[in-house]
Ligand binder design. Structure first.
Ligand SMILES: [Zn+2]
Ligand SMILES: [Zn+2]
Length: 421
């Protein structure tokens, strides 16, 4: 029979890797808790319109990367922010708490060419603070991101920028369009095509020609209105108070239409090319655009878990590997049908007591079962054969020291648990 393989661009996360994923999630949950950020779980399928309306018709994501069931007008979410805001609006969460601080973890789907660190199903940790416009909140979110990377011992750099607001961005946009049209010959096809609709994307195009061309382009930071300028400088002051270091990068823009004012990225140089491991920013118009209460500000970021995983794997030689679910506390080696009948309730009782207790029912040789105990990384093995049952005591072997003692069965599971922990 032909083997059925996973489709291109999706990946299994195997038991040998899961400890990294669990560590990322556990660390994130712990740090989010300290900042009063609560979990929300969201569906993967949403109406297509949610993403066209929020992410923007002319973005790469909407133009070519979404998995959409055309006949049903349903899309597998390409990011989490839109879904989270949809839930915020749908359940009127602002009535419960004027500022909502939420996070969600899960898969997102984009149809793009699979490459290292980039898949068609990948995973994001998404954090959003909805209802607060204060610049301190922007800085707090970045400080939290920095704290998370520190906790995972990952080396990242924070870059920030401001994208202005509906009052100041159109003026800048026009200046930029004029500039790009003047040097259109040096731009790549993508940038040429989107000059009129989405000129900001040219600023962070990775192509050499475009990079050189925009070097002297007008800067958004010289074109901010006074309110945006004030906001951006307050963000920087607050980052200083939190002792978070950062660089201002005027070329950093977002591929999504809904961002305004503060944008930021955490970058690493450890994955070959410069890569963002987390990116986010402010989206003060988006809640309203999705039918929510007027003038509801918001800010958030998404963190790519595959990239974090790669980074952690790279560093595993230098630091302790995260402990996975750990080895078994005890392996019960039962020899013979009678011993299996005797041992199985004991294993069950040990599990009731919270231990990782393992046995197998295949009645293999002692040698084979000891091998199996080794594979389970068991701390102890309790050997039970017919003779042991007759004598009312089994042989308890400490797998680390190879020391053997006897254990009387009538002492019960609780006593056994005590002996081995
Ligand atoms: Zn402005
Ligand atoms: Zn370009």
């Amino acid at each position: 029979m032909l083997k059925i393989k996973a489709i291109n661009g999706v990946k299994d996360i195997l038991p040998a890797e899961i400890m990294y994923w669990q560590k990322i999630e556990k660390t994130a949950c712990d740090i989010f808790r300290r900042f009063g950020i609560h979990e929300i779980r969201l569906p993967i399928l949403e109406k297509t319109e949610l993403f066209t309306r929020s992410i923007g018709e002319t973005t790469d994501i909407v133009e070519k990367e979404m998995y959409t069931f055309v006949d049903k007008k349903i899309t597998m979410r390409p990011e989490i922010t839109a879904s989270l805001l949809r839930a915020y609006v749908e359940h009127s969460l602002h009535l419960q708490q004027p500022v909502q601080r939420l996070f969600s973890i899960g898969p997102v789907f984009r149809h793009e060419r699979p490459q290292k660190g980039r898949q068609r199903q990948f995973h994001q940790i998404d954090v959003e603070i909805i209802g607060a416009h204060e610049p301190q909140v922007d800085a707090e979110l970045m400080a939290m991101g920095q704290m998370l990377f520190n906790a995972l011992s990952l080396d990242v750099r924070l870059e920030i920028n401001s994208l202005g607001c509906p009052a100041c961005r159109p003026g800048f946009r026009n200046k930029l369009i004029a500039y790009l049209q003047a040097c259109s010959d040096s731009l790549c096809d993508d940038c040429k095509r989107r000059t009129a609709k989405n000129p900001l994307r040219a600023l962070d195009c990775k192509k050499q020609g475009c990079k050189a061309a925009v070097e002297h382009a007008p800067s958004i930071l010289d074109n901010l209105c006074s309110a945006c300028e004030e906001h951006f400088s307050a963000v920087q002051q607050q980052l200083d108070l939190f002792e978070v270091s950062y660089n201002v990068n005027r070329f950093m823009v977002r591929g999504l239409d809904y961002y305004n004012r503060t944008t930021f990225e955490f970058l690493t140089a450890d994955l070959g090319a410069q890569a963002a491991v987390a990116a986010g920013g402010r989206y003060d118009g988006l809640v309203e655009q999705l039918g929510g209460p007027k003038k509801t500000p918001g800010i958030g970021f998404a963190l790519g878990m595959e990239r974090l995983f790669l980074l952690m794997q790279q560093q595993k030689k230098q630091q302790d590997q995260p402990k996975g679910q750990g080895g078994a506390d005890i392996f019960l080696a039962a020899l013979g049908e009678q011993a299996i009948r005797f041992a199985s309730p004991l294993v069950h009782q040990l599990r009731h007591l919270g231990l990782q207790a393992v046995m197998d029912y295949s009645n293999r040789s002692l040698k084979a079962q000891m091998k199996q105990a080794g594979r389970c990384h068991a701390d102890f093995t309790l050997i039970i054969g017919e003779q042991e049952i007759e004598q009312g005591r089994g042989i308890l072997r400490n797998m680390n020291t190879q020391e053997q003692t006897e254990f009387s069965f009538n002492r019960g599971a609780a006593a056994l648990a005590e002996v081995i922990t």
